[in-house]
Each structure stands twice: as structure tokens, then as C-alpha cells.
Design a binder for this molecule. Structure first.
Ligand code: GUN
Length: 288
């Protein structure tokens, strides 16, 4: 048994990052610059999305970033959404645009993402930003959850070079961009997904195991190597409980370090969004 498992405190680190952002924003506004501004677009009433958007906007306010909410009805069509995005792209004072996912089924996500100006794409989902991530080109936006995980690992001085990183989940928002970022950090990366024949064969080899499936408690003690670092991206509501992908009580006995849910990756994702928005803002106000 690991006697001194480190709890990777995403909440504490995210608060430290937010304080630094707040000070940077203040130093700009004290010089007479306008506030940074994030436009948040929510289509429909998906309950989880409503909560996430509220949290993101609260976090913006707490650091002095203005947030504009565009809450559109579920039956909004693609051209109406594209029209709004075109307007937000054109508005000088809008630094970042975030379209909350998932979108209603009748709206093709790819077309919406392509329409967002890559310079305002603080989610990092536009192919230009995803391509920069694969190309190891600085200056693009890195998707928020992968960036938040990278910052958390850096803070706890968890080295990635040559390490076996296993990611469970190959989704567009986390698994795929995270695999590119971990490769950038010189890890040996395996990505497991729904068609993987034997997930345990991979997870038991992982120095760093990252689960992003949204399946509560999919990661059990027998799937984890002694001394592994375990990062839990899952947030599922089961009854009135919030459960991660990882069976925390079981796995913490074997892991050398582990993120809690809540209080691990979630707040880091929001802080990464604020960092990306600040990055967009700085480029915007410093240009010309
Ligand atoms: N839905 C779940 N995570 C995210 C995210 O990071 N960005 C957006 N836009 N939607 C999400």
C-alpha cells in the first residue's frame, strides 16, 4: 500500500492561477485598457451544460473578465448560429468565443467550430489550433482540459519524458487533443477507446493513467499499477452523487498520486479557459 498518496489538488492550484490572472487583468485595466471579454454561446437546456456555463461565467467575473451569454433556444438552426458567430468574430471587443458542447443533434458541430475565428477559439477546437498542437507550434490555443491537466502535472513536478501515459477515452474534447499534448511532452502515449480489445492490458502498464470516458467507476484497483499517477477527468451524476471515472477509494491505495472528483481536473479546466482568454486578450490589445 502507498502510505503517502499525494492528492493532486486542482482546486487549490486553480485558485492560485486565477489570482495571477486577476492581477494581470487589473494591471491592464489600470493602464486604461478595456476589460477582456469572453462570449459564451449555449444552445438549448442540457442540464450539465447549463451548470458548466454558469461556472465558467462566474470564474470570468472573479478575475475581471467580462462574459457575454448568448443562450439560444434548442430549435436554433445552423445558419442562425453561424450568423451569431460571424457577428462575434467581427466584434473587436470580443476576445474569445466559446460554444458549449454538446450541441443539439441537428447542428453539425464541425461547421460551427470551423466558423469560429482561430484567434478567438479559446477552446482550441478549430483545426488550425488542433493542427498547431500536433505540429508543436507555440502560440495556438490548447484545449482547456488537456491544458489544465498539463499544468497540474507540471505544478506537482510529475515528469512526462519517456513515461508510459495511457489515456482511456478518445473523444474530441479531451482524449484526442490530450494524446497530442502528452506526445509533445515526450511521453509514450497509448489511447484506449470503445473498440479496444483489452483495456486492462494497457492501464496496468501506465505510469500515468488518465481516464476521460464519463463512465462512472470504470477504473478499478485491479487496472492500476502500484505507484501510478491517476488523473480522473470523468464527472457523472449518479443519483445525487458526483462520481468520477476512477473508483477513488480503491485506487488511491495503489496510486502514488491521484486527482479527486470534484476538486481535481474540473477547476483546472476552467482556469485553463481563463488563461486562454487572457492570451487572446493580450494579442488583441497589443496588436497594431
Ligand atoms: N463540453 C464539455 N467540455 C467542454 C469544453 O471544454 N468546451 C466546450 N465548448 N464544451 C464542452
Amino acid at each position: 500500500m502507498e502510505t503517502s498518496t499525494i492528492i493532486l489538488d486542482g482546486k487549490a492550484l486553480s485558485e492560485k492561477i486565477r489570482e495571477e490572472i486577476r492581477q494581470q487583468v487589473e494591471s491592464y485595466t489600470q493602464k486604461g485598457y478595456r476589460q477582456p471579454c469572453l462570449a459564451v454561446v449555449l444552445v438549448g437546456e442540457d442540464p450539465a451544460s447549463v451548470v458548466y456555463v454558469r461556472n465558467k461565467r462566474k470564474a470570468c467575473e472573479s478575475v475581471g473578465i467580462k462574459s457575454l451569454l448568448y443562450h439560444l433556444p434548442y430549435n436554433t438552426n445552423l445558419s442562425e448560429l453561424l450568423e451569431l458567430i460571424a457577428e462575434l468574430n467581427a466584434r473587436e471587443e470580443v476576445d474569445g468565443i466559446l460554444v458549449q458542447l454538446p450541441l443539439p443533434k441537428h447542428i453539425p458541430m464541425e461547421e460551427v467550430i470551423l466558423a469560429i475565428s482561430p484567434k478567438k477559439d479559446v477552446d482550441g477546437f478549430h483545426p488550425e489550433n488542433m493542427g498547431r498542437l500536433l505540429g508543436r507550434l507555440e502560440g495556438g490555443f490548447i484545449p482547456c482540459t488537456p491544458l489544465g491537466i498539463d499544468l497540474l502535472l507540471k505544478h506537482y513536478q510529475i515528469d512526462l519524458k519517456g513515461k508510459d501515459v495511457v489515456i482511456v477515452g478518445a473523444g474530441f474534447i479531451v482524449g484526442r487533443p490530450l494524446s497530442a499534448l502528452m506526445l509533445w511532452r515526450d511521453a509514450t502515449v497509448s489511447v484506449c477507446h470503445i473498440h479496444t480489445k483489452d483495456i486492462k492490458k494497457y492501464t496496468t502498464q501506465a505510469d500515468i493513467l488518465i481516464s476521460a470516458t464519463g463512465v462512472p467507476h470504470i477504473i478499478r484497483e485491479d487496472m492500476v499499477k502500484y505507484g501510478a499517477v491517476v488523473i480522473d477527468v470523468g464527472i457523472s451524476k449518479v443519483g445525487d452523487k458526483i462520481l468520477g471515472d476512477v473508483h477513488f477509494e480503491e485506487v488511491k491505495e495503489k496510486a502514488s498520486a491521484i486527482t479527486p472528483v470534484p476538486g481535481g481536473v474540473g477547476p483546472m479546466t476552467v482556469s485553463a479557459l481563463l488563461l486562454n482568454t487572457l492570451q487572446a486578450y493580450k494579442k488583441n490589445v497589443n496588436k497594431g
